[in-house]
Design a binder for this molecule. Structure first.
Ligand code: CFM
Length: 542
């Protein structure tokens, strides 16, 4: 395959877009066209996102249950996350996300277990509430947890089991915190709905339950960092050295216990905006805790985020410490980057991941001189692409209206007026809060941005761009690799990581050296190049 030369900028992908859309029935093509944007950072362009995938299309997306149980609550170790549903929903969510945790000696850690009611046909016919209650009792007797979360899978909503009333009954019976989530897989258009449902549930049932005494001079929460491959451990080590007390992380290496007193923090830093901005907003509303967006993926972004944190606290000792840490770590980072960069510079990357990593990882690639030619999210909303300022103009459709928007009011006794004042003062000097700018303004002109990319489009993108690396997940991995293009999983990290902060950047550079500075991929010979292919065609023009 002759390589394209992109040294003078990316080509206009108009012809590729046309090719992608040609295959679809007219109505589908019209819809998909709105989710494919030729980027121009100089002008704001609108993308269609967070809408239903057309049935029949092979999407990368997951379900609402995955977003609630797997993503937000899954990494929390001291709660029993009990899945009410068929066993498959539990099995496929069992340890596959690689969210690590580090329990203290003797502390509960239920992450390695898969708790399920194992619903059978008869429960579908006669109802499963009785079985759910029995499962809660059994879990309580065996493990003595302080809290239990109940997660609804699709059949639960279809047959009408009321997990919330079961939770209330069992809470009264057992005297521990028990709460349910209506996070049936079909409830929203993707896992994004599950994030929102989880945020609401944690805020309603856990946050603010315990007014713990202060344990540090500067207390922060890190929101939207899930400790995949040990990422959170890297960031925690930095905070500790700098002298910042991490109260709670939502939810990598976390406990529900820490969520309960997380309202005692002086600042919320939001890493994955998509999955957790709701809690950040609600905590500010109720407790007056300001938040801003950070990114610890990429050495430069890490430095920037640490500086922003130090500036917030305005402590000269902390500011000096941050500079010392950055200077020391950057020496190590630069040494590896300088060794790897000449071998990979100018290579082309594409990334289609989740709701924040397709953006964050472009920073890491940029540090190696690798160009992102096309990218997109699976389930992000327009603000994740275009920036938070578009939120008021986002159309609220029936699917979004389906998810409860909690009404949160100021907690008069616990509201931090001091923090609200601090925020106002900092804002006067140009310091930005609630400031997510989105992925598109950070991308090159003519880069093709696609929301909810599907299998057909992926193949065409590979043929057109001939990328040197494709970043996505396990469902895409082997198909892409049969094209002779290495695929890096940016969800699970392919058994690697951590990739966050300075140490993580070094790991990532080395991994890219292994994946990009090799000729082995040229030897891949896909079976479909030789074996006969049966082609059929069904067209329904709706
Ligand atoms: Fe946030 Fe995530 Fe992501 Fe996400 Fe996810 Fe994930 Fe992801 Mo997989 S919370 S949006 S729902 S950063 S599980 S840790 S990697 S799709 S880009």
């Amino acid at each position: 395959m002759p390589k394209r030369d992109y040294t003078n900028g990316l080509p206009d992908p108009a012809e590729l877009k046309e090719e992608l859309l040609k295959k679809y029935p007219r109505k589908v093509a019209k819809k998909r066209a709105k989710s494919m944007v030729t980027n121009n950072p100089a002008e704001s362009k609108e993308i269609l996102a967070n809408v239903r995938t057309v049935p029949g299309i092979i999407t990368q997306r997951g379900c609402t249950y995955a977003g609630c149980k797997g993503v937000v609550l899954g990494p929390t170790r001291d709660i029993i996350n009990l899945v009410h549903g068929p066993i498959g929903c539990s099995f496929y969510a069992w340890l596959t996300r690689r969210n690590q945790t580090r329990a203290m000696e003797g502390d509960p850690n239920f992450i390695t277990y898969a708790f399920s009611t194992d619903m059978q046909d008869e429960n579908i016919v006669f109802g499963g509430e009785k079985k759910l209650k029995e499962a809660i009792r059994e879990a309580f007797e065996n493990f003595h947890p302080t809290s239990i979360g109940i997660f609804s899978t699709c059949p639960v909503g279809l047959i009408g089991d009321d997990v919330h009333s079961v939770a209330r009954d069992m809470k009264a019976e057992l005297g521990i915190n028990i709460f349910g989530f209506s996070c049936e897989g079909y409830r929203g258009v993707s896992q994004s709905a599950g994030h929102h449902i989880a945020n609401n549930g944690i805020f309603k049932h856990v946050v603010g339950n315990e007014d713990r005494e202060r344990t540090g001079k500067y207390q922060v929460n890190l929101l939207g960092e899930y400790n995949i491959g040990g990422d959170a451990f890297e960031i925690e080590a930095l905070f500790e050295e700098i002298g910042v007390t991490l109260i709670s992380t939502y939810s990598g290496n976390s406990t529900v216990e820490s969520f309960a007193y997380s309202h005692t923090a002086d600042l919320n830093m939001v890493m994955c905006h998509r999955s957790i901005n709701y809690i950040a907003e609600m905590m500010e509303e109720k407790y007056g805790i300001p938040w801003f967006k950070v990114n610890f993926i990429g050495a430069e972004s890490t430095a920037k985020s640490l500086r922003k944190m130090a500036e917030y606290f305005g402590d000269s000792e902390m500011i000096a410490k941050v500079e010392e840490v950055i200077a020391r770590e950057m020496l190590k980072v630069k040494a590896v980057a300088e060794a790897v960069k000449p071998k990979v510079e100018g290579k082309l990357a594409m990334m289609f991941v989740g709701g924040s990593r397709a953006h964050h990882y472009q920073d890491l690639f940029r540090e190696l001189g690798v160009k992102t030619v096309s990218a997109g999210y699976e389930f992000a909303h327009r603000d994740d692409y275009e920036g938070r300022e578009v939120i008021p103009s986002i159309k609220i459709d029936a699917d979004t209206r389906n998810i409860e928007d909690l009404v949160v009011t100021k907690d008069d006794t616990r509201y931090r007026e001091d923090l609200a004042e601090k925020k106002a003062k900092l804002e006067e000097s140009g310091y930005e809060f609630k400031d997510y700018k989105g992925m598109m303004p950070d991308m090159q002109k003519n880069a093709l941005v696609i929301d909810d990319v599907n299998h057909w489009e992926t193949e065409k993108l590979i043929e057109f761009y001939k990328p040197d690396i494709f970043c996505a997940g396990i469902k895409e991995k082997y198909v892409v690799q049969k094209y002779g293009v290495p695929l890096k999983q940016l969800h699970s990290y392919d058994y690697g990581g951590p990739y966050a902060a300075f140490g993580g950047a070094i790991n990532f550079y080395k991994e890219m050296e292994r994946m990009l500075a090799t000729d082995v991929w040229k030897l891949v010979d896909a079976p479909w190049k030789h074996e006969p292919e049966i082609v059929g065609c069904v067209t329904v023009d709706a």
